[in-house]
Write a protein that binds this ligand. Structure first.
Ligand SMILES: O=P(O)(O)OC[C@@H](O)[C@@H](O)c1c[nH]c2ccccc12
Length: 257
């Protein structure tokens, strides 16, 4: 049974004529005590969902901004366990969907089945595991489905069409269209081939398609969203929270919608 709660929440924003905006933040950057406040703030800014990163020592897909945030978070003692416990402590109070972004290693160490159960208890709506290839997904798929947690897959610009079609078919909640060739981080421009790539993905699925990597301004967000359904904004938001520039975050999200 695939699960549509997340896709439905995102599609509701789209149906209201908005671009779907999903900010990424690093859990525990600034301490876990401010997590609730940040999620509430992002919800009030009009974010459709939040992608919440779990810090990890070898974040292969991350650029410097998120690597540094992960380092700060680990220095604060943040672990997958402490994040799930914290999320569980205020799950009744929030309505914004929370998507966990974690590499597979912390999940494996935690225990795959326990991860799914505890994530469900923490009110987690979806997960992104960037280093778990489609072929390896069976190790966790059934547990996630049992708890109605969406498994969000990443599409890469370098993948051939038949691979993209398979990813588009299997993804739940939304399809994460990685829109650069490289790691996370703010960039001035995207390659001209991105448009065709996003439009191609849009034709492969009815699930929302969100573009991520390298989006840091409302202009970029609106431009990419005009070829799909919305965007994920990571490094820029992480940086602004770190500097305490919350007003800027609000403007960025509101002008991207
Ligand atoms: O930081 P950027 O360039 O805005 O990209 C989003 C990204 O940070 C977030 O979705 C993310 C952080 N770490 C990841 C690892 C893999 C895939 C995605 C991510």
């Amino acid at each position: 049974m695939s699960n549509n709660k997340l896709a439905e929440a995102l599609q509701a924003k789209r149906a209201a004529g908005e671009n779907i905006i999903v900010p990424y933040i690093m859990a525990g950057d600034g301490g876990l005590d401010i997590l609730e406040e940040r999620l509430t703030f992002l919800q009030e800014c009009g974010a459709a969902a939040v992608e919440l990163g779990i810090p990890f020592s070898d974040p292969v897909a991350d650029g410097p901004t998120i690597q540094n945030a992960g380092k700060r978070s680990r220095e604060n003692g943040t672990t997958l366990k402490s994040v799930l416990e914290r999320l569980a402590s205020f799950k009744e109070k929030r309505s914004i969907p929370v998507i966990l972004m974690t590499y597979f290693n912390p999940i494996y160490t935690y225990g795959v089945e326990k991860f799914a159960t505890d994530s469900a208890n923490a009110g987690v709506t979806g997960v992104i595991i960037p280093d778990l290839p489609l072929e390896e997904e069976p190790v966790i798929m059934d547990y996630l489905q049992e708890h109605s947690i969406s498994s969000i897959h990443l599409a890469a610009m370098t993948s051939p069409d038949d691979r993209l079609a398979e990813i588009a078919r299997r993804t739940e909640g939304f399809l994460y269209a990685v829109s650069v060739k490289g790691t996370t981080g703010a960039r001035a421009t995207h390659e001209s081939t991105v448009k065709a790539y996003l439009e191609n993905l849009k034709q492969m699925t009815d699930t929302p398609v969100l573009a991520g990597f390298g989006v840091s301004t409302p202009e970029q967000a609106r431009e990419l969203a005009s070829h799909c359904d919305g965007v994920i904004i990571g490094s820029r938001i992480v940086d602004l929270f770190h500097k305490g520039e919350t007003e800027e975050i609000k403007n960025l999200i509101q002008e991207s919608r």
